[in-house]
Design a protein around this ligand. Structure first.
Ligand code: ZN
Ligand code: ZN
Length: 605
């Protein structure tokens, strides 16, 4: 499962704003001053204070350049602005990245705190990535689905951060730029991929309802004057026209030289470096995943052989090991909760996980920060079975929610298939991953070393890797064990290995599709045979991998790096190694890339 939102730092906005006004004044003063002042900045012993100032100033400038991103993260000052994605705007982004890269050079890394050091490297990475994506990757040319404003506008209607009328006024102002936005999109697009073209058509047409039914519904609740409402509706008509025109334009596009959705080895290598910031190269992680898959299959077969007489003693075990494993998984999947007790089962497990962690002394949990389990809100309906939503950096008092799917509109067969997938065993692993000690616990820890930079640029591979790592760690320590046993039951292990195969195979799949020309047929066979997936799941994964790049690797890469770091420290520290201390120290660095955390942890040992 994906983490829905990866920004969760608490930030006090008003002192921040006050300080900012002061900072802007200072910077202006420095830039007009003579060299003496400039030297003073670089030699000032309190580099950290300067760096903090720089970061705050940077973030404010960032939101000005990326107003849609700002609104999405909960910063609503620029809600009325829609950026036109034209060449001029790209030049602005490049200049911004370059100027900030220069600013970073004025800091002495050795004098920065660990928290600021990791922020520094994450910022540097982001500025370099901007240059690379504008000048080299150029998805704005080949990915028509990168142009879609419907989500941003839908948020303004659905999210209650301000009064409806204020939101509608901004909605109205922002709509004025929609025709220019799509005109710029048409100017940018060159030989788009067929897959992203179709996605753009589907998603843009699908999003039109925001400006018709959703807007009409909001207007009936609004206290705006009738005159204003008429103006809003007229502008919405223009917006709908621009969106549907864009879709029609794409449908009729003479695209005989469509680009391939496979980005190829060189671009993949670079994108992996920027997105994951791993100590491994993409190719190394691919090789590691292949090896890991082989080991998982061996372990799964050993358990299948062991369990076979307990469950299927009257049936001959198939000659083919993979078929035997599949049959055993099938038998165990029948043990699952009923659809109406799915949420109750999750609610019941959370305190059990807490009790287990405390008893085994695995990591300190903060009892004052409760996790709220809730039925998924309407706007998420039908997406994933479970996810975590956490408050953004500007939403200090927000709750952290564990959203549980409600099967609304699902037929019986689909519900049964889902419940078999999230059976008695996997549901527990899912709770470990999403909640405790997975995503939710990591969020609580990262709040203790607040960094606005990590809340904006938080490393996805670290966040997902931690959740995946905790699944293994809990089982290693006896979660899911029988009374008196020290490790989980074989049934639990088998299901865990199946679950772990998913992220392992995602990595193999993504790399093979983008750099090794893996065909759709080969991909589906691979997922169904090697990862024991159902056809529908495999097809969904094919679609996701053909429309995205690298993200599917983040789970396995982060997990591998955390696991490897733990083993490295165990070796180094010998008897002094303490698992609880390792976990707490690791999480204390916030959502930084594991590679950077590793350097800092090894330095201290
Ligand atoms: Zn996750
Ligand atoms: Zn059933």
């Amino acid at each position: 499962m994906d983490l829905q939102l990866s920004f969760y730092y608490i930030y006090d906005l008003s002192p921040f704003m006050k300080k900012l006004i002061f900072i802007i004044g200072c910077l202006y003063f420095f830039s007009c001053e003579n060299k003496e002042t400039a030297t003073e900045i670089t030699t000032n012993p309190d580099q950290n204070a300067h760096f903090d100032t720089y970061k705050e100033n940077f973030v404010e400038a960032l939101w000005k350049l990326y107003p849609g991103w700002a609104s999405g993260i909960g910063y609503h000052k620029y809600d009325s602005i829609l950026t036109i994605p034209n060449k001029q705007n790209r030049e602005k982004l490049l200049a911004f990245a370059k100027a900030n890269l220069d600013s970073l050079k004025s800091f002495d890394l050795n004098k920065l705190s660990d928290n600021n050091k990791t922020d520094y490297f994450m910022l540097e990475n982001s500025f370099k990535e901007t240059d690379w994506s504008v000048n080299t990757f150029k998805s704005y040319e080949w990915n028509p689905a990168s142009y879609n404003i419907c989500g941003e506008f839908a948020e303004m209607l659905a999210n209650n951060y301000d009064s409806l009328d204020v939101r509608l006024k901004n909605f109205y102002l922002k709509m004025a730029h929609i025709p220019a936005y799509y005109e710029a999109a048409k100017q940018n697009i060159k030989n788009p991929t067929a897959e992203h073209t179709q996605l753009a058509i589907d998603q843009n047409i699908g999003g039109v309802s925001v400006f018709s039914t959703d807007l009409s519904e909001a207007l009936t609740k609004s206290k705006l004057s009738d005159e204003k409402k008429v103006e809003l509706k007229a502008r919405a008509t223009e917006a709908i026209k621009a969106i549907t025109d864009y879709a029609s334009w794409l449908k009729q596009l003479d695209n005989k030289q469509a680009s391939s959705f496979r980005i190829g080895k060189e671009l993949y290598k670079k994108k992996f470096e920027f997105d994951i910031m791993s100590g491994y190269t993409a190719e190394q992680i691919f090789d590691k995943a292949l090896q890991h898959k082989k080991e998982l299959h061996e372990k799964m077969f050993a358990i299948t052989k062991q369990l076979w007489p307990n469950y299927l003693k009257d049936k001959k075990m198939p000659e083919d090991n993979m078929l035997a494993i599949r049959e055993m998984i099938d038998v165990l999947s029948a043990k699952h909760v009923k659809s109406d007790s799915f949420q109750a089962a999750i609610e019941k497990q959370i305190p059990e996980l807490v009790a287990f962690i405390n008893k085994k002394n695995l990591i300190a949990l903060d009892p004052t920060k409760p996790l709220v389990v809730r039925k998924e809100p309407a706007y998420m309906a039908g997406t994933a079975g479970a996810s975590i939503s956490s408050p953004g950096p500007y939403d200090k008092n927000g709750n952290t929610y564990y959203n549980v799917g409600s099967f609304g509109g699902w037929d019986k067969a689909r519900i049964e298939s889902y419940l078999r997938e999230y059976n008695h065993y996997i549901l527990q692993i899912l709770n470990i991953h999403e909640a405790i000690p997975g995503h939710y616990t990591q969020l609580v820890y990262s709040n203790q070393s607040p960094s606005i930079i990590k809340s904006i640029f938080g490393n996805g591979a670290m966040v997902e890797g931690w959740a995946v790592y905790t699944e293994l760690m809990m089982l290693e320590n006896g979660y899911g064990a029988e009374e008196g046993a020290t490790t989980a039951t074989p049934e639990m292990w088998l299901m865990y290995y199946k679950w772990n195969l998913r992220s392992t195979c995602n990595t193999i799949l993504d790399y093979s599709i983008h750099t090794k020309n893996l065909s759709k047929e080969e991909a589906l066979n691979f997922l169904m045979n090697d990862a024991f997936q159902q056809k529908a799941e495999a097809e969904g994964k094919w679609k996701r991998a053909s429309l995205s790049q690298v993200q599917l690797c983040s789970y396995f890469t982060g997990y591998s790096e955390i696991y490897d770091l733990r083993e490295e420290l165990k070796k180094k520290q010998g008897d002094k190694f303490n698992l609880k201390a390792f976990h707490e120290k690791f999480l204390s660095y916030g959502s930084a890339p594991v590679k950077l955390i590793r350097e800092l942890m090894l330095k201290d040992n």
